[in-house]
Design a protein around this ligand. Structure first.
Ligand code: OAD
Length: 254
């Protein structure tokens, strides 16, 4: 693994425009379970609950089974060394942006600024009637009747993408632009199975970028798209990667 980290660190230092695509795996070490695999959310609840048709049919049930629990988990989550490490690369001018499928806001809490929230954000709730947005932390879900409502009487929903919904156009456009422009993409902690996010590394590859995956397990990208897989947990791998970059930067200024 050390050789791979050294190689990746050199690629990051040599890249003209480096972008990261992140998924649920990067936040596991912050205590947020992933969707797929052992311990994943879809082992506990049926993914149909996260479909927009289910929400339209029975918003109270979706609030009860999915959204209220998400608020409890996300409220206490803190960035881990992977989020902080990516923020450090951005601060050094070595990472131009992050496209994240996560709705937990941990990249921003970890210090990243250029973040595209491909599936929206759980930090806000949006009124389905007047479209007003309010901070999720302003809701007292322990005591509120479900579904919670806006002052106008409309039902509130997270400002995230449910299954069956389109990606926010602005996020889609920015992600496509970043994928087309980058010459290095780090793909961290995603199973790369949900479209259109899974197309992002493919677009980068087609545009000539190198693709480095960080994941304990191979994914559908590993054999066909990725140039390098660093097998391991995001926290340890990214921390080691940032250390290696720092060492090489220091060596080059001596
Ligand atoms: P998944 O749950 O599908 O995949 C999590 C990935 O993280 C897997 O590839 C794991 O091998 C990897 N992983 C596990 N532990 C890790 C660790 N410590 N460090 C790094 N990687 C680790 O999550 P996503 O690919 O993000 O969409 O899922 C994509 C979308 O599916 C989500 O955004 C969500 C979901 O349905 C919507 O809700 C619209």
């Amino acid at each position: 693994m050390r050789d791979r980290i050294e190689l990746a660190a050199r690629e990051i230092l040599g890249a003209r425009y480096c972008v990261a695509l992140t998924g649920a795996g990067i936040s596991i070490e912050s205590g947020i379970p992933a969707f797929r695999g052992p311990g994943g959310l879809w082992e506990k609840i049926d993914p149909e609950i996260a479909h927009i048709d289910t929400f339209r049919r029975d918003p109270a049930q979706v609030w009860r089974l999915l959204i209220r629990g998400m608020q409890e988990v996300l409220r206490d989550a803190r960035p881990n060394p992977a989020h902080v490490g990516l923020a450090r690369l951005e601060a050094w001018g070595l990472l131009q942006g992050i496209i994240t499928q996560n709705v937990d806001g941990l990249h921003q809490k970890g210090g990243s600024r250029a973040v595209v929230e491909f599936h929206g954000s759980f930090a806000r709730q949006r009124c389905t009637a007047c479209r007003r947005r309010i901070p999720t932390e302003a809701l007292d879900l322990a005591h509120a009747a479900l579904p919670p409502r806006c002052g106008c009487g409309g039902i509130l929903r997270p400002d995230c993408v449910f299954f069956g919904e389109v990606i926010p156009p602005d996020a889609l456009q920015r992600a496509h632009r970043m994928a087309a422009e980058c010459n290095l993409m780090l793909v961290v902690g995603t199973s790369a199975t949900v479209q259109p996010a899974a197309m992002v590394p493919l677009r980068a590859k087609e545009a000539g970028a190198r693709v480095i995956e960080i994941n304990p397990d191979p994914t559908p990208l590993t054999r066909q798209v990725s140039d390098l897989l660093i097998r391991g947990k995001a926290g340890a791998v990214i921390a080691a990667l940032v250390d290696a970059v720092a060492r090489l930067r220091q060596a080059s200024t001596k």
